[in-house]
Design a protein around this ligand. Sequence first.
Ligand code: OOG
Ligand code: MG
Length: 261
Amino acid sequence: MTGTVNPAELARRLDDARRERREVPPLTNELPTLSVPDAYAIQEEGLKLRLAAGERLVGLKMGLTSEAKRRQMNLDSPVYGVLTDKMRVLADGVVSLAQGIHPKIEPEIAFRTARELKGTVTRDEALDACESVFAAMEILDSRYRDFKYFSLPDVVADNASSSLFVLATEEHPPRAMDLTRLEMKMFVNDALAHSARSDAISGDPVLSLVQLCELLAKRGQVLPAGSIVLAGAATIAHMFQPGDRVKLVVEGLGAVAVSAA
Ligand code: OOG
Ligand code: MG
């Protein structure tokens, strides 16, 4: 940790920006040596603020697990963020975009774990610990000016740009299908906007779980039983506009939709 980094103060700054819906400059403008471990310490302080406000931790999200997203954001390694109950939007729900700054939406696959996962795990162990897999979408909303940041520490500190998420009502046993070969199609107002195959996510969405456990272990943490895990977007994100109805159809997993007002 560099001498000038005060994780609690920086977390407060980002949390105020989120709650007051205002943009702030990337932290690395002021702290060019901010490291990824510093940034996770800031993220953790940010979670404490949300828990103190009565929110409950329900899971984690992986980000930058696809080549398309890494290219879009010009960053080169996966990151994680936290998901709370307040971030969940029900399927077919309507999101008020006035509650955000500059939201984007992206197509994902999500898991729910039934058992704790810890440290280095194999693909089979990760899959065996999951009870369900879902079609899902994440609504991102960076707290940084113009949704622009140029470093991993910035995005990690800002809870990996997470804002809201939606899971399909339909859930499936993860062993019922080959999770690497599912066609994913995201429609905006019935027009196909982005599509990809599910192996765009980490080469295999289950590997996002494996990577998440490794990243958590570096911080001495585990993935608790009952966690929802977003495996990461398969394509670039779409700028969510008022009036948009966005629907994701994942072969074998069904559909999930959300609208913006
Ligand atoms: C970072 C978060 C990326 C994903 O699914 O790849 C992410 C960002 O795009 O600002 O959630
Ligand atoms: Mg995402």
